[in-house]
Design a protein around this ligand. Sequence first.
Ligand code: C2O
Length: 535
Amino acid sequence: AAIKKYQFDVVVKNVSRLCHAKPIVTVNGRFPGPTVYAREGDRVIINVTNHAQYNISIHWHGLKQFRNGWADGPAYITQCPIQSGRSYTYDFNVTGQRGTLWWHAHILWLRATVYGAIVIMPKEGVPYPFPQPHAETELVLGEWWHADVEEVEKQGNMLGLPPNMSDAHKINGKPGPLFPCSEKHTFAMEVEWGMTYLLRIVNAALNDELFFAIAGHNMTVVEIDAVYCKPFTTSAIVIAPGQTTNVLVKADKTPGRYFMAARPFMDAPIAVDNRTATAILQYKGVPTTVIPMLPRLPAPNDTIFVNDFLDKLKSLNSPQFPAKVPLNIDRHLFYTASLGIDRCPTCLNGTRLTASLNNITFVMPKIGLLQAHYFNIKGVFRPDFPDKPAAAFNYTGAPLTANLGTSLGTRLSRIPYNSTVELVLQDTNLLAAESHPFHLHGSNFFVVGRGIGNFDPEKEPAKFNLVDPPERNTVGVPTGGWTAIRFRADNPGVWFMHCHLELHTTWGLKMAFVVENGNGPEESILPPPKDLPPC
Ligand code: C2O
């Protein structure tokens, strides 16, 4: 095992896209930011120095951070933000994980521009459980706004204004030639005929689940969220914000130039968004004057394609990489995810949009919850997040007015060390336009079931996949449906769980778990680092 060191300077830089220039917050002036490379078993030390005018914190999305929530990064959950002019060193071990993950700012909407890939190679001498690729490339998908993203965030909180959709999608920071003034902002990947390539695809978009496809070429999915899966071949993938997907592509078609393309998927489209980011798969030796072909992407609301794709996702579950699905469950949790309307005296129209889990809209605390828990500081949170909603109702069939009584609170769910948890996330279809991609910090989980309508506790569990369900860190809860996940709470700390659509997180679609210490120091939270930022 090695020590990998990085210096992340958070700096503001002028960047121009689609004929608009604006200052954006970046890491080391790069957009997307630098890729973090490590091997399974390495220690990674990243010093972040904040030269921008905003407070910042960085989250290493999908890294387990075993007993080490201090390095997880969500502002006010595991740390206070790094103030302007200050530094903080994220110091963590990469244990038992290999694959593609990513990092992003975890405060305000700064992750719109502050993000990059994390590539964890297998241990030295350990091959991939699939054909060795000739070369590998990261493809980080994102969004672009002409406006300042903090203004976009404010607008997202006001009812009566249209939601400010992004102005473009991007692949590796570049929208591609289907957007105005973007010819020169096109990412190209050169391939040699006959070779196989590994694409490490990250969805870093704030608010859009995306389809991705390559003209003329199928892809073989081999890994999701840094967990190997049973390989399968597909013409397109679907990827939610927060998720990562590794695919193999064979360059064995007529040598030419082929578009790779990404555009949104919405399972209940209110506004159909057809804008397509493109990049180029360029066969070596083919003149760049050749006009590329576009791939056929599924229609923006093609739920049949998506369900079929999701059904194919299964853990590899080999002797070397077994799926350790919890079979006996200690804690059964049932959370409803709702979007609604709330009073807001300071807002336009006196109302604002709100979001809740079990009818509780999460309120961000003023100091980090992990500190409050570790140092036993009273009055910061209540450990009484309800295991189920106060009252059952027809979650997916009731009228809009049936479920508007939300309360505010910083309430956490307390889980004993090493207990096994089943969590059913039930969407309520009031106002929802797309799947909620829920992300859990601190642990992966197994996606044992999903369905449309109200979850039926009598019937559904018998149909759960407890053999080779996909293991991930982010999963979509379909509009008007539910998703069931299982995990073992073996990582003591305070772990955020939230919708990875930034708009919904802002509205309050979030909560946190406190996983208690077990016995002795080996089963307890590590002491905090000395340079942990003060509030
Ligand atoms: Cu990728 Cu809490 O987020």
